[in-house]
Design a protein around this ligand. Structure first.
Ligand SMILES: Cc1ncc(COP(=O)(O)O)c(C=O)c1O
Length: 415
């Protein structure tokens, strides 16, 4: 995209001009400090403009029409698929299925691949740091089919216990599914090594990339995982569009997940013939404008470079951790900055996470409080909730100051 500056080093202050919302005040005189990107990112004007331009100039349903607008809409939608494929290093755009979000992508694998390939007694190996979206679909399938769920343990400082993981691989799981980056601890798991040993043990591997694809360089060819799930809205794209990457041979062998619309080739009253991949998994009218917006988001991230994005966030989290640890009563979960993405979840002694978030909001600091859809992980640490500050490419060192100042106000109020 011509209008995105190519920066050797990320200049967040300059980038912030593309994110209008970051310049607003939450109340008169109180500027917004947005530290909730792990929940959803903000979108730059280039993404908003791509969606806007689609509706203004090209809006039509895809794949079915032969009029000009339908052809343009189809070309834009399929171009977005190619951009996403290139972004994650997929060999073939047909390996990119557009879904609604990470959650739907994982449910697709569970309901299609899982139902067709798993039998009573089979083991699914997950980890103790999973988001509910990578737990519940497998629990549902396990209940239906009598599968056995196992969980790779984590260490007290929030790293995956690799010895424990390898020990559980000896059970011969049919599927291994894990998050490449934890949305609570920020832990970046050694995905390449984990995929290799899981596949050696005979497992099909799914990576939950909801937090990794937006923040780290992810090359699926190098990782070698069979499936990778992620969401557009966490990587500068619109809500309502997500991605399931799947190896072509696996996708081709899988039965459809939802029926109707684009997923059929031929229908008789009692039978149907499914379309080829990826349309086989894109039933009904998809999120056309949103997929095109995701294509623009991928352009934006690619122009900056994911190495640059990751390095920037790494520097920010290192500083944030250092400063958080100085605040009396604050306890940060997860490993040291070296093993972590831009996520800091913490407790404040004697103060509920919701109260912390509320006080921070008074100073315009937007953070998340709760279990972050990872209740079992919070149970493991014996806390009902944490407060989470999360960073993205548009955050700067200046965003850490109001966070720390707000925490000192919490201390004053709850003393
Ligand atoms: C690690 C992880 N997995 C899955 C999800 C679910 O993403 P979505 O709500 O976009 O489906 C999230 C969202 O927070 C996440 O952080």
């Amino acid at each position: 995209m011509a209008n995105i500056p190519k920066l050797a080093k990320l200049d967040s202050a300059q980038l912030r001009r593309d994110f209008e919302v970051l310049n607003r005040e939450v109340r008169p005189g109180v500027p917004l400090t947005y530290l909730d990107s792990a929940a959803t990112s903000q979108r730059p004007r280039q993404v908003i403009e791509a969606v806007d331009a689609f509706y203004r100039q090209h809006n039509a349903n895809i794949h079915r029409g032969i009029h000009t607008l339908a052809e343009e809409a189809t070309a834009l939608y399929e171009a977005a698929r190619q951009k996403v494929a290139a972004f994650i290093g997929a060999a073939d755009p047909r390996e990119i299925v557009f879904t609604r979000n990470t959650t739907e992508s994982i449910n697709l694998v569970a309901q299609s691949w899982g139902r067709a390939n798993l039998q009573a007694g089979d083991v699914i190996l997950l980890t103790e740091m999973e988001h509910h979206s990578n737990l519940v679909p497998w629990q549902m399938l396990a209940e239906e089919k009598g599968l056995r769920l196992e969980f790779a343990p984590i260490t007290n400082d929030g790293l995956l216990d690799l010895d424990g993981y390898h020990k559980l691989l000896e059970l011969g799981p049919k599927l291994v599914a894990f998050s490449q980056m934890s949305n609570v601890l920020g832990t970046i798991n050694p995905a390449e090594q984990m995929v290799k040993s899981a596949q050696k043990a005979g497992a099909v591997v799914l990576i939950d990339g909801a937090q990794s694809v937006p923040h780290l360089p992810v090359d699926i060819s190098a990782l070698g995982a069979d499936f990778l799930a992620f969401s557009g809205h966490k990587m500068l794209g619109p809500t309502g569009v997500g991605v399931l990457y799947g190896k072509l041979d696996l996708l081709e062998a899988m039965p459809p997940f939802l029926g109707g619309g684009d997923m059929i080739k031929r229908v008789h009253l009692r039978t149907f013939e499914a379309n080829a991949v990826p349309q086989k998994f894109e039933a009904g009218t998809p999120a056309i404008a949103q997929a095109i917006g995701l294509g623009a988001a991928v352009d934006y991230l690619s122009a900056i470079g994911m190495e640059t994005v990751a390095a920037h966030e790494h520097a920010l989290i290192a500083q944030a951790l250092e400063r958080l640890e100085e605040v009396p009563g604050v306890w940060v979960f997860g490993p040291s900055a070296e093993h972590k993405g831009g996520v800091a979840s913490f407790t404040f002694e004697g103060v509920h996470a919701h109260d912390v978030a509320q006080i921070l909001d008074r100073s315009g600091v937007a953070v998340r409080a709760g279990h972050h859809c990872a209740m079992p992980l919070h149970e493991k640490y014996g806390v009902p909730a944490t407060t989470r500050a999360s960073f993205y490419l548009y955050n700067t060192e200046a965003d850490i100051d109001p966070l720390i100042e707000g925490l000192y106000q919490v201390k004053e109020l709850f003393g």
